[in-house]
Design a binder for this molecule. Structure first.
Ligand SMILES: Nc1ncnc2c1ncn2[C@@H]1O[C@H](COP(=O)(O)OP(=O)(O)O)[C@@H](O)[C@H]1O
Ligand SMILES: CC(C)(COP(=O)(O)O)[C@@H](O)C(=O)NCCC(=O)O
Ligand SMILES: [K+]
Length: 279
């Protein structure tokens, strides 16, 4: 592969690795034309065998396309080197991907992002134990929205985190996401079936069929918990400023219309946070 410079940002969650590629040429395109094509991004479920190799194949195909174009301006990083930034809450998956990158890319630098890389005051008891995805989405939200901000990340787990008016990350709440909750029902009962979210599209309340009833119960539980937590955080806001609410994660689009508080949806906020870092 022809290697020019660029940044590969990877957010490994407990369900999927999300990848965003920032290169010289699309960075410059975005600066010149605000509506330029977004940076390429893709998601790879980590339950699939060879997911790490699939990440590499996709990154390589994007790199090959970029390398075939003439350089359009100054480099954003060291020439002839790709920088990989990996933020992971799944330790084994991070090591697996790192090994595959090391095998496949001749010139590369790989950085495993930690809490020390995120320039934010952390008002929590054990900063190093907080999921790096939570810190990065909070950091990205801070760069894009007035504070205070609440970040809701609806992935395998749902996290609802509060960043106060002084840019301070104050912690939050964690509970099981849609898929984990439905999996728990299937595992813990004899009669409840797995629910396929893509085919459950019912507005009937109360529900009239088992899958529909699970969907109604779990959606309502998750979204009501989010709304309730937002109310609780609002009670601690002494700044007099309105709190912005940002929703991200793989289930953000599915739950958005069920959340009562006004909010923005930014599905890949963690990736934006990785790209924002100046490490
Ligand atoms: N192909 C898929 N594989 C896994 N999860 C998916 C897929 N499509 C949608 N989802 C939903 O996305 C959620 C995971 O979101 P994501 O933000 O990627 O989680 P994580 O950060 O924990 O990996 C799951 O709860 C599931 O409902
Ligand atoms: C809460 C999480 C499991 C969320 O992970 P995800 O849903 O993104 O896969 C992750 O951020 C994590 O492992 N956190 C460590 C504990 C903490 O944040 O306090
Ligand atoms: K999450």
């Amino acid at each position: 592969m022809n290697e020019r410079s660029g940044l590969v940002c990877i957010d490994i969650g407990n369900s999927a690795a999300k990848v965003l590629i920032r290169t010289d040429s699309n960075q410059i395109a975005a600066e010149v034309q605000p509506n330029a094509k977004p940076w390429p991004r893709n998601a790879f479920p980590i339950s699939k065998q060879n997911w790490a190799e699939s990440v590499l194949d996709w990154v390589s195909s994007v790199c090959a396309e970029v390398s075939s174009k003439p350089p359009t301006g100054p480099s954003t990083g060291p020439r002839d080197e790709w920088q990989w930034r990996i933020a992971s809450v799944q330790r084994q998956a991070a090591q697996q991907l790192k090994a595959v990158i090391e095998r496949s890319f001749r010139k590369r630098s790989i950085r495993l992002i930690s809490c020390r890389d995120v320039p934010m005051v952390l008002n929590v008891d054990y900063p190093e134990r907080v999921g790096i995805d939570r810190l990065l989405s909070a950091y990205a939200a801070l760069q894009r929205h007035p504070k205070p901000v609440i970040v809701v990340d609806a992935g395998s787990a749902v996290t609802v985190d509060y960043i106060d008016e002084k840019d301070c990350y104050c912690g939050g709440a964690i509970f099981p996401g849609l898929q984990l909750q439905t999996n728990a029902l299937t595992l813990g009962t004899d009669a409840l079936p797995p629910v396929d979210w893509s085919v459950v599209h019912s507005g009937r309340i109360p529900a009239k069929e088992t899958s529909e009833a699970i969907a109604l119960g779990v959606f309502t539980g998750v979204t009501a918990a989010i709304d309730r937590l937002i109310d609780r955080y609002q009670q601690t806001n002494r700044s007099g400023r309105r709190i912005k609410i940002v929703l991200c994660g793989g289930d953000a689009d599915s739950i958005s219309k069920w959340i009562e508080h006004e909010h923005f949806v930014v599905p890949d906020l963690v990736l934006e946070g990785i790209a924002d870092l100046t490490v």
